[in-house]
Design a protein. Structure first.
Ligand code: THU
Length: 139
């Protein structure tokens, strides 16, 4: 189960991890550097940065790189997300894109998502960012 909200310490750790990851962005095409960090149900943090490609459509968002890092370490079957933070050096609002919302929903439909909104840091449930996400359930 996800917490109702993050402790201030967990929020700070998650944002710090995302900010540190931003420094590892590979973004020569957009020049927008993005860092993301995921907090697992067991309290571990994994981070990633956007990874662009000369064939632009192959570029990976920071959120999906962070999820892949967590899955590589823990095994996807063991991955449950409590919270995700996204930071960017882009000056405007930077919510996770639709594709990333869908990927995050696979591992944490109730996860808290932290990102810069219109009026500063937002902390919202993924289910509010992506209601009725596509999930395969038995029967
Ligand atoms: N990007 C992310 O890393 N996460 C998002 O949720 C949206 C976009 C990246 C992709 C690309 O490298 C750059 O931001 C500009 O779109």
């Amino acid at each position: 189960m996800s917490p109702v909200s993050l402790t201030p310490a967990a929020r700070r750790r998650l944002l710090e991890a995302a900010t540190a990851a931003l420094g590892k962005a590979y973004a020569p095409y957009s020049a927008i550097r993005v860092g993301a960090a995921v907090l697992t149900s067991e309290g571990r943090i994994f981070a990633g940065a956007n990874l662009e490609n000369a064939s632009y459509g192959l570029s990976l968002c920071a959120e999906r790189v962070a999820v892949a890092a967590a899955a590589a370490a823990l095994g996807g079957e063991n991955l449950r997300l409590q919270a995700v933070a996204v930071v960017s050096d882009h000056p405007g609002p930077f919510p996770p894109c639709g594709a990333c919302r869908q990927v995050l929903a696979e591992f944490g439909p109730e996860a808290l998502i932290l990102y810069r909104g219109e009026a500063g840091l937002e902390e919202v449930r993924l289910a509010d960012l992506l209601p009725r996400s596509f999930l395969l359930r038995p029967g």
